[in-house]
Design a protein around this ligand. Sequence first.
Ligand code: HEM
Length: 180
Amino acid sequence: MASSHYEVADFVYMDSAATQGVRDNWNPKISELCLPKPTKMPKLTKLFTMQEASQHNTKDDCWVVIDGKVYDMTSYLDEHPGGDDVVIAATGKDATEEFEDAGHSRSARELMENFCIGELEVSSSPEFEVTSKKPENGYDKQLGKGYAKEVVNLTKQYWGVPVAIVGISVVVGFLYLRKK
Ligand code: HEM
């Protein structure tokens, strides 16, 4: 009988006498030998920029971005209990707040996974300023056809550090001069 199970066993016999013990107790299932468990297969996620997602903003082609994921709602618009206009108005931006404000049920959240087509590229989130020219400093990340000015964000986040350094230097200098 030539089944895949026997073909694998024959291959072991051809190996060497050292495999004798292994061979005698050899009874693997073919699935255990060759194939990774399907649950461990990596999932490929398509990434979209906000620029790209925002081009799908009509009744016939409607994508929304909710919580970092991109949903193609075109086929569901007519059935959407909240209407199509609210959804179309929420295209081209992060619609998480609007989605949450509508108080969607658990079944709505399960249903929406059927429309997920990918994820948003992190560097394309709206807090990044988009410029068409590549800036010269090293902080900027590429974003679709433009460039995200991450330096704007870094400045916002770390402005306190230089201010603290300057403040401390002024106080120390002042005390030093007074002592003299
Ligand atoms: C794939 C995405 C979405 C799915 C599957 C979905 C599904 C649903 C469902 C099933 C309901 C009925 C109530 C419930 O079961 O929660 C609903 C209501 C509603 N949805 Fe959505 N929705 C989606 C996206 C959005 C977005 C992006 C917005 C707004 C920008 C929105 C606004 C609303 C509103 C205003 C209601 C009516 C709530 C009410 O009348 O109480 N939905 N949606």
